[in-house]
Design a protein around this ligand. Structure first.
Ligand code: S3P
Length: 170
């Protein structure tokens, strides 16, 4: 089994994923890193040079391989669950845990980063709100469990996921 983290950028998928993997003795995997490896290009360049649709197709190719893994915490790109087919592959790989936070929290966490193609816009705060409004039902529909990471430490989020996994296995 694997554990799949879904949700918007800045919700904590990477930091929580690494911590949870360490706590459980699992490996850690990041679908953005797999896409970059396949394309031999950073995500920002894939978007800039080949476009978003090309990136999404690569992401789907990566999603198809996820049921082949075992014993991994898998952090997914924020747009991964937008395609229903991807969600099917993810669900075959493990339970989907949604990490989310209020738009303002996301903005504060990522405002200094420059590598996020979707937020290279004049008003990133407004853009975060817009995308989250659009995606929230999709994230929630896909999720088996959800956690608001806004006020929790990474350690606490990891503990909450472990408690949920335990309750499910009983
Ligand atoms: C995206 C999120 C990014 C990355 C790409 C598109 C999105 O991943 O896959 O820039 O559509 O939300 P992170 O959520 O890991 O930043």
């Amino acid at each position: 089994m694997n554990i799949i983290l879904i949700g918007f950028m800045g919700a904590g998928k990477t930091v929580v994923g690494r911590k949870l993997a360490a706590d459980l003795g699992y490996n850690y995997l990041d679908t953005d890193a797999l896409v970059e490896k396949t394309a031999r290009q950073p995500i920002s360049e894939i978007f800039a040079q080949r476009g978003a649709a090309y990136f999404r197709d690569l992401e789907t190719e990566v999603a198809k391989t996820l049921p082949d893994y075992d014993g991994f915490v898998i952090a997914t790109g924020g747009g991964m669950v937008l395609r229903e087919d991807n969600v099917r592959w993810l669900k075959q790989s493990g339970p989907l845990i949604l990490l989310w936070a209020e738009p303002e929290v996301i903005f504060q966490r990522i405002k200094h980063e420059t590598q996020r193609p979707l937020l290279r816009v004049p008003e990133p705060r407004v853009e975060i709100e817009r995308i989250l409004r659009e995606r929230r039902p999709i994230y929630e529909q896909a999720a088996d469990y959800k956690i608001n990471t806004g006020k929790l430490s990474v350690k606490k989020v990891s503990e909450e996921i472990k408690a949920w996994l335990k309750s499910k296995s009983n």
